[in-house]
Design a protein around this ligand. Structure first.
Ligand SMILES: O=P(O)(O)OC[C@@H](O)[C@@H](O)c1c[nH]c2ccccc12
Length: 291
């Protein structure tokens, strides 16, 4: 891992808490075995019916958020799905993000879209804390353990999202065999957001990888900007958690719909797209350039 002194103090504290939880988890034992809901297929279904693939994040609070949202996370999750979210991300980090593995379990039971576990996994034992469809591994924090953790996660059945925020981390992720790659626009050293991060890293991501733009996406214009830069999907937390989660999700999901604004009456109806999973794997298409 990089020199920890370069990280924001909040991030250092998050990592040390994660290591303590890893020690506790190691004592608990038992590897999980998951039958995951297919993330790729979910993206394809969204594309097929004209939705931007938005992964909406249940994030009660964070080191960069003021206050915290106390509503029932399951109700929030259901609102996100009703708004057209292709998948959900649920924070399970308890001390800095207000998350819990129990919340993730309840959310995953309540919805039928893929659910990403958002945490700071630095040790294999942490993978067994709860079942999810996708787990996050942050290249910067796992360092040389990335290939082993990726294999350990896949052995348990998880799909894996590997998060990077520069080219060096991207190279490590690709070398380790990552096929779903997230570029985080938030710099973990300073916690500032710059959508230019995604734009500078995306061109170097292999075409056959699935590419997700993470953090700092706040408007339909931001969505279009990230899609133009090559994002197959977007991960959005704060902008959705702030206010009416269903309406916020719908606005971003419809960012590429004709005429954008989207009339009230023809709002996206989540009940319409239960079927038609196509088996093909998606490729990044940077040729579509919505304005
Ligand atoms: O709230 P935002 O800016 O939309 O960001 C969501 C998500 O990308 C962010 O929460 C995140 C990205 N990588 C992480 C790693 C751990 C915890 C949180 C994150």
């Amino acid at each position: 891992m990089d020199d920890p002194d370069e990280l924001a103090p909040a991030v250092r504290s998050i990592l040390s808490a994660a290591r303590d939880r890893a020690d506790a988890a190691a004592e608990a034992g038992e590897a999980v075995s998951v039958a995951p809901r297919d993330l790729e297929a979910a993206f394809e279904r969204a594309e097929a019916d004209g939705r931007v693939p938005v992964i909406a994040e249940v994030k009660p609070t964070s080191p960069t958020t003021e206050g915290s949202r106390e509503d029932d996370p399951v109700a929030l999750a259901e609102g996100m799905v009703a708004g057209g979210a292709v998948a959900l991300s649920v924070l399970t980090e308890p001390e800095h993000f207000g998350g819990s593995v129990d919340t993730l379990g309840r959310v995953r039971e309540a919805v039928d879209v893929p659910v990403l576990r958002k945490d700071f996994v630095v040790d294999e034992a942490q993978l067994d804390a709860v079942e999810s469809d996708v787990v996050l591994l942050i290249a910067r924090f796992v360092g040389d353990d990335l290939p082993d953790l990726l294999a350990a996660a896949r052995d348990r059945g998880f799909q894996v999202l590997v998060e990077v925020h520069d080219r060096e981390e991207l190279e490590r992720a690709v070398d380790a065999g990552a096929t779903t790659i997230g570029v985080n626009n938030r710099d973990l050293a300073e916690l500032v957001v710059d959508l230019g991060t995604f734009e500078s890293v995306a061109p170097h991501v292999p075409d056959d990888a699935t590419l997700i733009a993470e953090s700092g996406i706040g408007s339909p214009a931001d969505v279009r900007r990230m899609r133009t830069a090559g994002a197959d999907a977007l991960l959005v937390g704060s902008a959705i958690m702030d206010g009416d989660v269903e309406a916020n999700t719908r606005e971003l999901v419809r960012a590429e719909a004709d005429g954008d604004g989207a009339a009230e009456g023809d709002a996206y109806d989540a009940a319409d797209d239960e079927d038609d999973a196509s088996g093909e794997s998606g490729t990044r298409d940077t040729t579509e350039t919505p304005t």
